[in-house]
Design a protein around this ligand. Structure first.
Ligand SMILES: [Zn+2]
Length: 213
């Protein structure tokens, strides 16, 4: 097996994003972990099914995209538990991972997520695909910081008012093209993209403190 990096996609499923990412991943025989929003999964169940049927891993990003740090311990625990249960019902698979929106968590919210049996997962390098920059800048940013074992952050959607947040205008990103170019660059570095669970079959996780409001 080639040395690999963990590919992660947040904020989907989204028509025009998720489907293009799936095609690009399939072209390179890469797998990924998709951190989905319940607001999106309910609206696009077919896309969610496509992610699973193409061999990728589903994880929880949240009931919506609101930052967990505004909620009490009990609210985070309940929201995460309910989201986990609903997503497990929809997918027919047990979940292992949760990524807090914006990577923002306190020690209390981290403990609340852990209390549901999910493991919070952060990231290392990023594609900067939420920013209004050029595609080649995104590819450079992603490849510049990626080494064997990295968890790379990318997005197959963009959270909006329907997800409980207002993060401004949607960036102009061809998410399939970005995935294709990043995978080509990784391949040139001798690296293959894989989901988190697949990666952990031949490696061990790095644990580090990551708390920010
Ligand atoms: Zn997100």
């Amino acid at each position: 097996m080639a040395p690999h990096v963990v590919l992660t996609y947040d904020d989907g499923p989204e028509p025009g994003g998720t489907d293009r990412v799936l095609t690009a991943l399939a072209d390179r025989q890469a797998t990924a972990t998709f951190f989905v929003l319940l607001t999106r999964a309910r609206a696009h169940p077919k896309l969610l099914d496509d992610v699973i049927s193409e061999g990728h891993e589903i994880a929880l990003h949240g009931q919506d995209h609101r930052c967990l740090t505004q909620f009490s311990f009990e609210e985070v625990r309940r929201r995460t538990q309910d989201g986990k249960a609903e997503l497990e019902d929809m997918t027919g698979h047990g979940l292992s991972w949760m990524r807090p929106p914006y990577g923002r968590q306190t020690f209390a919210s981290w403990r609340a997520v852990k209390a549901t049996g999910l493991e919070p997962v952060m990231w290392g390098p990023t594609t900067w695909d939420s920013r209004h920059i050029s595609q080649s800048e995104r590819v450079s940013k992603a490849l510049g910081g990626t080494v064997r074992g990295s968890i790379l952050l990318a997005h197959d959607g963009y959270a909006s008012l329907a997800d409980g947040v207002d993060d401004g205008p949607v960036p102009n990103v061809d998410r399939g093209d970005l995935t294709r170019r990043v995978l080509e660059g990784l391949s040139d570095l001798g690296l293959q993209g894989q989901s988190l669970s697949a990666s952990l079959q031949c490696g061990s996780p790095v644990r580090a403190a990551w708390f920010k409001r």
